[in-house]
Design a protein around this ligand. Structure first.
Ligand code: NDP
Length: 444
């Protein structure tokens, strides 16, 4: 059995009931196979694949808090510090009822390669809780965040582990978490990113993931002799990533016709009204059913269905495993040119393969949504030098980073004879840097 298959089997055996983690490891292993097979004996002796799939540390803790009725609630908190070979652990916190160890491990594993691709000195980690922020009062959110940070603060720091936001963790939550860290540790340091502008946040961080996604999509299209201007785009999600992807795509002259939340989706043939969407989601924190009030000619449908709409470019920006094989077939039948992931692992493995086999350009999230974490790293730099850069300066650096990511993943794919296979390119380019750093640092 080859070394790759041997370790893949071991990972599945050692981590039962962790399907998303298996999925993420399988995808990476399948694509870095040629790199490993070049020096298989050496890598086996070094146990490099065993080391890269075992988190350096998993911290799991109880989060007790008091709700508005005076009842004590208990949630699970977790931080997976996956790999620190190239820098302090960096990765978001997710608050969502679907959070469990498997989900956080898969996200942490992906984060290692994504962070490497940014070219910045950041290792990989991820964390969160099964706490559901939906329907909670501000006071309940604060109580939860303070309790969560009371434990987490023992394990993080500006030079060790720097969490950020993710699903369910936005500016409000980061503020409460930062306040509690400062209170307990007595340190005013860049321990979290995604902070508000009055206390160490970076301009353009809010926009960064969505903007970065569109920058790399445009880079891909330009490389293939096309342009986003005039293209029809389908977006899923209606959160941070989706909203700013829609904004930048519209600025580039594309027409975005869909968005969704976990209850349903909107089709607006005239193009999404971004102001209305921002008011619904960012100001009123309401559901997409509201959208029709602003745009009577739009359609609202319960359930999922964004990918059945004809488009040139698809940008899945909601959550993992939201674009299935049937969706991939529909996109291909509708003449879609490119799928670039805004969310983490929104496309299932078989759907990815179908898209690639049918000539649709596919950029995986670890490359195309890396703009968020890259800008978080720029926030860390600003915090270290106690300076704030202008929006244009940060946005300019973000554009440069996304262009470089595209060039690097393209080049890595070509080096192994896999032209236009950006999944392979992203995994190889991300892996090589971490690998070299791990080997240089000895057995650790
Ligand atoms: P938000 O919480 O702001 O938004 C998530 C959106 O997706 C919401 O509209 C939500 O709807 C929808 N959604 C969540 N779960 C489901 C589901 N099971 N089915 C359908 N829709 C769903 O999160 P973000 O925009 O920050 O993150 C979106 C994705 O992007 C995640 O995969 C995240 O890991 C990834 N990402 C985010 C980065 C960032 O900087 N924010 C950076 C890199 C990756 P509802 O409101 O109904 O729950």
């Amino acid at each position: 059995m080859s070394y790759v298959d041997e370790v893949l089997a071991k990972v599945i055996e050692k981590n039962p009931s962790e399907p998303e983690f298996h999925q993420a490891v399988t995808e990476v292993f399948e694509t870095i196979r040629p790199v490993i097979e070049e020096r298989e004996d050496f890598f086996r002796r070094e146990a490099i694949l065993e080391r890269i799939t075992e988190p350096e540390r998993i911290i799991r803790f109880r989060v007790p808090w008091v709700d508005d009725k005076g009842n004590v609630q208990v949630n699970m908190g977790i931080r997976v510090q996956f790999n620190s070979a190239i820098g302090p652990y960096k990765g978001g916190l997710r608050f969502h009822p679907s959070v469990n160890q498997c989900i956080i491990k898969f996200l942490g594993f992906e984060q290692v390669f994504k962070n490497s691709l940014t070219g910045l000195p950041i290792g990989g980690g991820k964390g969160g809780s099964d706490f559901d922020p939906k329907g909670k009062s501000d006071r309940e959110i604060m109580a939860f965040c303070q309790s969560f940070m009371t434990e987490l603060c023992k394990h993080i720091g500006a030079d060790t582990d720097v969490p950020a936001g993710d699903i369910g963790v936005g500016g409000r939550e980061i503020g409460y978490l930062f306040g509690q860290y400062k209170r307990i540790r007595g340190l005013y340091e860049g321990v979290l990113t995604g902070k508000g502008l009055t206390y160490g946040g970076s301009l353009a961080r809010t926009e960064a993931t969505g903007y970065g996604l569109v920058y790399i999509t445009q880079e891909l299209l330009k490389d293939k002799g096309m342009d986003l201007a005039g293209k029809t785009v389908c977006v899923s999600g209606a959160g941070n990533v989706a909203i700013y992807a829609i904004e930048k795509a519209q600025q580039f002259g594309a027409k975005v016709v869909t968005c969704s939340d976990s209850n349903g989706w909107v089709y607006d043939p005239e193009g999404i009204d971004l102001e209305a969407l921002k008011e619904i989601k960012e100001v009123n924190r309401a559901r997409l059913t509201e959208y029709k009030k602003y745009r009577p000619n739009s359609e609202y449908h319960e359930g999922r269905g964004v990918w059945q709409i004809k488009c040139d470019v698809a940008l899945p920006c909601a959550t993992q495993n939201e674009l299935f094989i049937d969706d991939a077939k529909q996109l291909a039948a509708n003449g879609c040119i490119a799928v670039c992931e805004g969310a983490n692992m929104p496309t299932t493995l078989d759907a990815t393969k179908y898209l690639q086999d049918n000539g649709i350009y596919f950029i995986p999230g670890k490359a195309s949504n890396a703009g968020g974490v890259a800008t978080s790293a720029l926030e860390m730099s600003q915090n270290s030098e106690r300076l704030s850069w202008t929006f244009e300066e940060v946005d300019g650096k973000l554009q440069g980073i996304m262009t470089n990511i595209y060039k690097n993943i393209s080049a890595a794919a070509s080096r192994y004879g896999k032209e236009n296979d950006f999944v392979t390119g992203a995994n190889i380019a991300g892996f090589e840097k971490v690998l070299n750093a791990m080997l240089a640092q000895g057995i650790c």
